[in-house]
Every structure is written in structure tokens, then in C-alpha cells.
Design a protein around this ligand. Structure first.
Ligand code: HEC
Ligand code: HEC
Ligand code: HEC
Length: 114
């Protein structure tokens, strides 16, 4: 609940700044598609509520289209605290969030790929 409240006020400012800092896509890109719901161990709140258009250009669940802006900027709009290094390994402004996290759900805890 706190994350939700924090996100909205900061979102506009954060996304403009974060976009320029988004890292380039890597060659070894993990599969970022949602996993079948029955196999999901962790679920991301904005995905569960069906609001694809929070991150995607479209809201059609079958084809939500490309993400709006860089992938990290859509994350940092709500998780702005991850723009500075945290105690969790890899949490720096320079790593793509989706290197480790699926933005929808996953077969592991904390939306991790594994
Ligand atoms: C929190 C942000 C976020 C939300 C909400 C979200 N997505 Fe995504 N989605 C992403 C990102 C980031 C990618 C990766 C885009 C890329 O790298 O090209 C992605 C990619 C995808 C892909 C393609 C996977 C692939 O391998 O290319 C599908 C399918 C998808 N999303 C479906 C959905 C559907 C359906 C919803 C709504 C029910 C949804 N997404 C909601 C962030 C989100
Ligand atoms: C619309 C706001 C919003 C956006 C955008 C968003 N998140 Fe989240 N995220 C949440 C909320 C709400 C939670 C639930 C936990 C909380 O309250 O902090 C959450 C939780 C998480 C968790 C913890 C999940 C768990 O099971 O412990 C991870 C990891 C995460 N988000 C990663 C991302 C990544 C990566 C992106 C970008 C692709 C992203 N988020 C974009 C709102 C958002
Ligand atoms: C190098 C891998 C890696 C990258 C890159 C990464 N994370 Fe994480 N993240 C983790 C791991 C591992 C955990 C689980 C920590 C635990 O529970 O022990 C985690 C946990 C989280 C959580 C839930 C725990 C918390 O402290 O609230 C959120 C939210 C989150 N990450 C957001 C992000 C965002 C946003 C980005 C991009 C800016 C990102 N992560 C990039 C590895 C990563």
C-alpha cells in the first residue's frame, strides 16, 4: 500500500530521468513472458490486477504491445528506491531489472527467473 501511494506522485518525474539511464538490452535476454498462473510462485501486483497498460503501450491482454519507454523506467516509477544501490545484490541503477525479475509472475520467489 505504501509503495502504491509513493509511486504515483513521483512517477512522472522519475520516468523522465530514468529513461536516459536505461541500460541497453543484453544478447542473453531471459524469457519475460508471463508463466501460466497455475505455475506461478510469485505474482506482481500490477500484472495480477490486469493493468497491462501501466507498462505496455496497449491494454489488450492477448497483445499488449511494446513497453512504454525503457523497461527500467517503468519499474522505477513505482520502485524509485531502487535507483540507488541497495543491500540486495545487483540492485544498482546500472542493471536491467528484467535481467533477474520477470515483470509479471514467476516460478520462483520475488519474481526471480529462478
Ligand atoms: C510492471 C510492468 C508490466 C506490466 C504491468 C505488464 N507487463 Fe508485460 N512486459 C513488461 C516488460 C518490461 C516486458 C519486456 C519487454 C521487452 O523487453 O521487450 C514485458 C513483456 C511481455 C510479453 C512478451 C514477453 C517476451 O518474451 O517478449 C508479454 C506476452 C506480456 N508482457 C504480457 C503482459 C500482459 C498480458 C499484461 C497484463 C495482464 C502485462 N504484460 C503487464 C512489463 C509489464
Ligand atoms: C504500478 C506500480 C508498479 C510498477 C510499474 C512496478 N511495480 Fe513491482 N511492485 C508493485 C507493488 C504494489 C508490489 C507489491 C509489494 C509492495 O507493496 O511493495 C511490487 C512488488 C515487486 C517485487 C517483489 C515481488 C515479491 O513477490 O516479493 C518485485 C521483484 C518487483 N515489484 C519488480 C518490479 C519490476 C522489475 C518492475 C518493472 C518491470 C516493476 N516491479 C514495476 C508495484 C509496481
Ligand atoms: C542481479 C539480479 C537483480 C537485479 C538486476 C534486480 N534485482 Fe530485484 N531482487 C533480486 C533478488 C535476488 C531479490 C530477492 C531478495 C531476497 O528476497 O532475498 C530481489 C528483490 C526485489 C524486490 C523485493 C524485495 C524488496 O527489497 O522490496 C523488489 C521490489 C525488487 N527486487 C525490485 C527490483 C528493481 C526495481 C530492479 C531494477 C532497478 C531490480 N530489482 C533489479 C535480484 C535482482
Amino acid at each position: 500500500m505504501i509503495a502504491r501511494l509513493l509511486c504515483c506522485g513521483a512517477a512522472l518525474v522519475v520516468s523522465a530521468v530514468a529513461f536516459a539511464a536505461d541500460p541497453p538490452a543484453t544478447a542473453a535476454r531471459p524469457n519475460l513472458a508471463p508463466v501460466p498462473a497455475a505455475q506461478a510462485v510469485s505474482n506482481h501486483s500490477p500484472y495480477l490486477t490486469g493493468e497491462c497498460s501501466i507498462c505496455h503501450q496497449g491494454g489488450d491482454h492477448a497483445r499488449p504491445g511494446p513497453v512504454s519507454g525503457g523497461a527500467n523506467s517503468s519499474c522505477l516509477g513505482c520502485h524509485g528506491e531502487f535507483r540507488t544501490p541497495k543491500s540486495v545484490p545487483g540492485h544498482s541503477a546500472s542493471a536491467a531489472c528484467t535481467t533477474c525479475h520477470n515483470p509479471h509472475n514467476s516460478r520462483a520467489r520475488a519474481l526471480l527467473h529462478k
